[in-house]
Design a binder for this molecule. Sequence first.
Ligand code: AMP
Ligand code: ZN
Length: 303
Amino acid sequence: MCVDCQTFLHGLIAKGLLFETGVEGLYGRSGIFEDVVTRFDQLISRYGGDDGAEVIRFPPGMNRELFEKSGYMNGFPQLAGTIHSFEGDDRDHAHLLEKQAKGEDWTALQKATDIVLTPAACYPLYPVVARRGTLPESGGIFDLSSYCFRHEPSQESTRMQMFRMREYVRIGTPGQVTAFRALWLERAHKLVGQLGLPFELDVANDPFFGRAGKFMASSQRDQKLKFELLIPVESTGKPTACLSFNYHQDHFGLLWDIKTPDGGTAHTACVGFGMERVTLALFKHHGLDTAAWPKSVRDALWG
Ligand code: AMP
Ligand code: ZN
């Protein structure tokens, strides 16, 4: 093993599957890596494709005003990323370049734009659904995918700052929504089993910030509102959350005033697939050469 290949991440870089950028958690992806991501994406569609989900693709940035209303800064200010841009005149420009040349912080000369980076694929969806008015009897089911940003730099390959999340989101009555989550918990067993990956399912919580966050995290766990499908990737002792199953109860329904036809507040749930994390798990368990992966796994992805 080469000196630089001591970690899984270095092995991936040495093999040319990921490319360093000089920033932790920000990588280029090779054609082979992307092919696995694409095939996994298609496999997800084979499981969820018959549910009649409405496909929506948002860009990796969302409306800052709607992001503020979503309450993300209450729970996760440490993860958020905002987009700033230069809006000054010639004098400000000269000032900026001077600071940059001196190695000083020039970014304060920028201003926040109307766009923030999307923290989870489903965040831009709720205001769109709310604008449509009362839900139909069948509720709503959505197929989303987005690059997401979370400021959590790390040397672990599985903890990226920019990564893709595929999601199915269910919006409707509590019964519709809990049935959806139960269905996906069952489907996930089969799907990840087909990929030949060891896994366990466990109750989880989101990384809520600060002192108030501790209370929110334990209440989320007590109510079993979040499950994660964990696969050992970086270490066997601490497996990595590769899929998440979230039941938000009426949190987003209340926030965005989404109603069911009986006048009740809509409940929501989502299942999120970490596209890079599952791809990395495949490389970890089946080796860095996709041609040598077990036939059953190749058939599931490329068959
Ligand atoms: P969450 O909203 O935290 O449940 O995230 C949904 C899914 O996105 C998780 O199950 C992970 O597979 C994936 N994910 C979350 N954070 C990261 C990250 N920092 N890097 C790569 N994938 C991530
Ligand atoms: Zn979601």
